[in-house]
Design a binder for this molecule. Structure first.
Ligand code: ADP
Ligand code: ZN
Ligand code: ZN
Length: 744
């Protein structure tokens, strides 16, 4: 016997209410997750969706009723999203509720904003007769006359327009309503995030596609029309014209009356980018971002569902836009780590996009200048179709990239964080009135305080991460906000040789201002962009050449074009090479190459300086030559040797508890439970997580490695089951993370 879990009301917050039914024999072929069904419910018959199908059920099967009917073949958008939630639950390890909340944010009931409109409730003849009567009077009612005239020319008039612009008194509107001449209606008002944008569309000239762009476009169209839905990987250097190619693909799919999702990492979702889509596709485009209220986001989903919007641009959550006939998903910057969710279900948007596309017969196009090693590997194997663009389209030359060996600088007596070559280059740009950018690899990693005598690093007592020295002279913890006084003595050995080794962006700013007192310097980091639109304002100021040098963290690296910039300096380039994460090479390569690409957007020759302690590292060397292929060959060899993705996979079971022993005990218990069922699985740990404690919560990890993802999914199920058993240790929580991105 087969059973199904059926959700009968997806608009309610209680999504975990899933009811079990029997699947009648003859329906088994069609009763799949996501199928719309009719089920008996008490004395009523209700519409519902199948969420899961299984041959076992937790209830007494004798008490279950059968599904009455599978309503249609194929799935509507709700069905697709529910099926996707079920897939995510299974593949990433999460509760059903977590998975459903992720794909159906609209499930949280939002009260829609309402607005009043006034429209005629009689024929125009009656309206003009009434108007004639009023006009004939000696004592005119100007308000009513304006109202009637407006109604004669416009079928629906917003209430606000009548009362404000036309200054019709409310009493006049009510009067005519009583007479039965007009009706007042409340209509739902959906917020439009691009509503205030007024596009000068007519001034927009589409660039003529170059030969290569045209070729790729034609090939895509031919495949699409043939029904070939193989995912595509568009590997194009920055500025090669990928976005123009996306536009053509989108255009083609829209012409088939299907809809499109464009995923862009939030950090790259700038005004410039949004405008490009808006100018091309006008009001059919909407966006999502994390600064929008839940209501605003919900409205965008409604607009998509109802066909008002057909192109949704946004970060990974845009993947769950409920389009009725989704035909294309573009994942720009597909290698970006922001596509991995850090909350359960800890899904990867790239894989999830491919799954969503399968459910609605859509194509996925992945694009990147530095594809993830996993995607490029799949493309080379033929699982993805590979398109390659290795030249810049719109002019501008790649900068000359130079590597500065910081060890040599130190030997030569330069202890400053700015190498001599970079210093000269900065001076040269200031003299020529050209702009420069300085990129400091990471805020959290910089600024820690360590002792040069004994190596002791001052850490937060609650979080086990290093604390940063701030301008206020105190030590701050970036995870929990804990602050402590900074006594310039090592707490461990008493030495006075304690201080900050690596500088934060504030420190870089001070150094630059000392070196070049006349330079106008802007700093962009989490602190200076906290205010609303702080980000945009800073970028705009720099674009207007209100500053000579922009200093910043990752934020300045992605997505912004500054044609005036001819110099990029990368400070502490190799900091991110030293993170304990198998992807550190891939991420550093991407980051450094992107950073270099910030220079050279205009027509003037440009330079990039990479300052590093490891000049011979293959990542640094490949960046120097802007050679993705050389990087890939080295990286894939390393992955193969170590059995890291795409060759093998990792499952991290994260255990949290307020009591250290509880976390330890739970970890031990889970390891034994897994190995009892399958002794051949390689389970490591439990061991303290990279950050062993955050806000007084202890964190431990169990790591399982295997070449088969499916086997890891089984291990996850075993652990989940064991954790729920009556005899399991209590007082801890567990979370699953497949191929984890950041140290837990
Ligand atoms: P990518 O997305 O690969 O970084 P873009 O599509 O943003 O590249 O293109 C980079 C620049 O080149 C943009 O300013 C764009 O307008 C311009 N461009 C793209 N295609 C062409 C073309 N065929 N002819 C002229 N300019 C182009
Ligand atoms: Zn010390
Ligand atoms: Zn802390």
């Amino acid at each position: 016997m087969q059973y199904a879990g059926v959700i009968v009301d997806i608009s309610l917050a209680k999504l975990d209410k899933c009811f079990s039914y029997i699947i009648p024999e003859e329906m088994q072929k069609d009763a799949l997750p996501g199928a719309a069904v009719l089920v008996p419910f008490g004395s009523r018959t209700l519409d519902g969706y199948i969420l899961w199908v299984s041959d076992t059920v937790d209830f007494d099967p004798a008490k279950l009723k059968p599904i009455l009917k599978v309503k249609q073949q194929g799935m509507d958008s709700n069905g697709q999203l529910l099926a996707l939630a079920e897939w995510m639950r299974k593949h990433y390890g999460a509760t059903l509720n977590q998975a459903l909340k992720t794909v159906l944010p609209s499930a949280k009931r939002q009260t829609p904003k309402m607005r009043k409109v006034v429209h005629a409730a009689c024929s125009t003849q009656v309206l003009s007769d009434e108007l004639a009567v009023l006009m004939a009077r000696t004592r005119h009612s100007l308000g009513k006359e304006r109202l009637l005239k407006a109604l004669l020319t416009q079928p629906d008039i917003p209430w606000d327009e009548l009362t404000h612009r036309l200054s019709v008194p409310t009493a006049d509107i009510r009067d005519l309503e009583k007479k039965g001449l007009l009706a007042i209606e409340e209509v739902r008002s959906l917020r439009n995030p691009l509503g205030a944008v007024s596009a000068e569309k007519n001034h927009w000239q589409l660039p003529q596609l170059n030969h290569l762009q045209q070729q790729i476009r034609d090939d895509f169209v031919e495949r699409y029309d043939r029904g070939d839905r193989t995912p595509c990987l568009l590997h194009g250097v920055t500025g090669s014209g990928k976005t123009e190619v996306y536009m053509e693909m989108i255009d083609h799919v829209l012409k088939k009356n299907r809809q499109v999702i464009v995923l862009i990492p939030e950090i790259a979702l700038t005004y410039q980018t949004v405008m490009r889509f808006y100018l091309r596709f006008g009001g059919k485009v909407s966006i999502l971002n994390s600064r929008m209220s839940a209501g605003e986001r919900y409205d965008q989903f409604l607009r998509a569902k109802e066909g008002e919007v057909t192109v949704m641009v946004g970060p990974r959550s845009a993947l769950f836009t409920p389009f009725p006939d989704l035909g294309l998903i573009i994942v720009d910057e597909e290698h970006d780590s922001a596509y991995k969710s850090q909350q359960p279900p800890k899904y990867h948007a790239r894989e999830t996009a491919i799954q969503r596309a399968k459910l609605s017969d859509a194509t996925v196009v992945l694009g990147s200048a530095t594809p993830s090693v996993a995607s490029f590997y799949r493309a080379k194997k033929g699982e993805y179709h590979l398109y390659s663009m290795q030249q810049r389209a719109g002019g501008g030359q790649l900068p000359s990239i130079h590597v500065t060996d910081l060890r040599a600088e130190l030997k030569a007596g330069n202890r400053s964080m700015i190498g001599r070559e970079l210093m000269l280059a900065l001076k040269d740009r200031l003299d020529k009135n050209e702009q420069s950018m300085l990129f400091l690899n990471r805020r959290g990693m910089a600024g820690f305080v360590s002792c040069r005598a004994c190596g002791f690093v001052i850490k937060c007592p609650h979080c086990d991460v290093s604390m940063s020295l701030h301008k206020d002279g105190r030590l701050h913890c970036h995870y929990c906000g804990y602050k402590s006084e900074y006594k310039k003595v090592c707490p461990s050995c008493g030495s006075k040789l304690i201080g900050t080794m690596k500088a934060g962006t504030e420190r870089v700013q001070q150094v630059i201002e000392q070196l070049f007192p006349k330079a106008r310097v802007l700093r962009m980091d989490a602190d200076t962009t906290r205010s609303k639109n702080g980000h945009e304002k800073l970028l705009q100021a720099f674009a207007n050449h209100e500053a000579d040098i922009l200093i910043g963290t990752q934020m300045i690296v992605k997505g912004h074009d500054f044609p005036g910039v001819t110099l990029m300096g990368i400070l502490a380039a190799d900091l991110s090479l030293n993170i304990s994460d198998y992807r550190s090479g891939e991420r550093t390569f991407d980051l450094l190459l992107q950073a270099c690409g910030r220079a050279g957007r205009g027509d003037k020759p440009s330079d990039a300086y990479i300052q590093t302690y490891q000049p011979d590292h293959y990542v640094i060397q490949s960046v120097k030559d802007s050679d993705y292929f050389a990087f890939y060959e080295q990286e894939i060899a390393y992955r193969k040797l170590m059995n890291y993705p795409p060759f093998g996979h990792l499952l991290q079971i994260e255990i949290t508890s307020l009591k250290e022993e509880r976390a330890q005990e739970t970890g031990e218990y889970l390891r034994q439970a897994i190995q009892k069922e399958d002794a051949s699985l390689a389970v490591f740990g439990p061991q303290p997580a990279a950050i062993a404690k955050i806000s007084d919560t202890y964190r431990m990890v169990l790591l399982i490695r295997d070449t088969s993802y499916e086997r890891l999914v089984k291990a996850k199920d075993m652990a989940d089951r064991a954790f729920r058993e009556a005899g399991a240790p209590k007082g801890a929580d567990i979370w699953f993370d497949f191929d984890p991105m950041d140290g837990f």
